[in-house]
Design a protein around this ligand. Structure first.
Ligand code: ADP
Ligand code: ADP
Length: 226
């Protein structure tokens, strides 16, 4: 676990567009923070810089007190969950969840124990031998989360993880993600353009607009002072 600090973080893409401009956010260890705002406001760019998938043009990013600007994604010890799930279609649920552990060369018994625990937490026990094509959208999303939690990362980064689900399932998975985050206590940064999701899911909401922080506060604070 770790705190995440963005200190005047700026992103200018090579074509000159200023996607994120001097954004400063202090995310506490174990906190669940939502980045919300209209399309193009800089949410994905911000998340991708935390993940190390995009370089930072200026400013500093610290995870657990350590500057990580120059660190490769694999050295940041964080797990990302995408809206597209990014599951391997030819692999079973078990092998999809186990994949990061296989890469990390854990022993077979350690892998089996961690996959077992994750599948219990996410209620996937009966689906371990299936392929992703034979799962519902909600089940696929749980597999993607299982693959994130087995690594026991310092933080979870989620980019619109529920946007491919229908409305009913979205509400259900929202509750599940919230419970999972509370249970694990892992620092989480969650991107959405959905106001309701932003107001119901996190400890704190960061409203981005045009690459700037427009507002930051608890859902209650933002709701009473919109
Ligand atoms: P979202 O709004 O859901 O975050 P977008 O559709 O804006 O996603 O972007 C999808 C992908 O296209 C991202 O990888 C993003 O980096 C890239 N992208 C977005 N805008 C531009 C742009 N103006 N020029 C080049 N690539 C872009
Ligand atoms: P959001 O996730 O809030 O939709 P993005 O972070 O994807 O916003 O984009 C923020 C801004 O940066 C937008 O104006 C977008 O067009 C631009 N952008 C995103 N990716 C790229 C890219 N690869 N190259 C150039 N501009 C980009």
């Amino acid at each position: 676990m770790a705190d995440i600090v963005l200190d005047k973080v700026t992103k200018k893409y090579p074509d000159g567009s200023l996607a994120v401009s001097e954004v400063s956010i202090d995310i506490a260890d174990g906190e669940f923070v939502i980045l919300v705002g209209p399309s193009g406001c800089g949410k994905s760019t911000t998340l991708n810089m935390i993940a190390g998938l995009e370089d930072i043009s200026s400013g500093e990013l610290r995870i657990g007190g350590t500057r990580v600007n120059e660190k490769a994604p694999k050295d940041r010890d964080i797990a990302m969950v995408f809206q597209s799930y990014a599951l391997y279609p030819h692999m079973t649920v078990r092998d999809n969840i186990a994949f990061p552990l296989t890469l990390a060369k854990l022993s077979k018994s350690e892998i089996a124990a961690k996959v077992d625990e994750a599948s219990r937490i996410l209620d996937l026990g009966q689906y371990l031998d299936r392929k992703p094509a034979n799962l519902s959208g909600g089940q696929r999303q749980r597999v993607a989360m299982g693959r994130a939690i087995v690594r026991d990362p310092k933080a979870f980064l989620m980019d619109e993880p529920l946007s491919n689900l229908d409305a009913k399932l979205r509400v259900q998975m929202r509750t599940e993600i919230s419970r999972l985050q509370q249970r694990l206590g892992t620092t989480t940064v969650y991107v959405t353009h959905d106001q309701t999701e932003a107001m119901t899911l996190g400890d704190r909401v960061v409203v981005l607009r045009g690459g700037h922080v427009q507002q930051i506060g608890s859902p209650q604070e933002l709701y009473s002072n919109p």
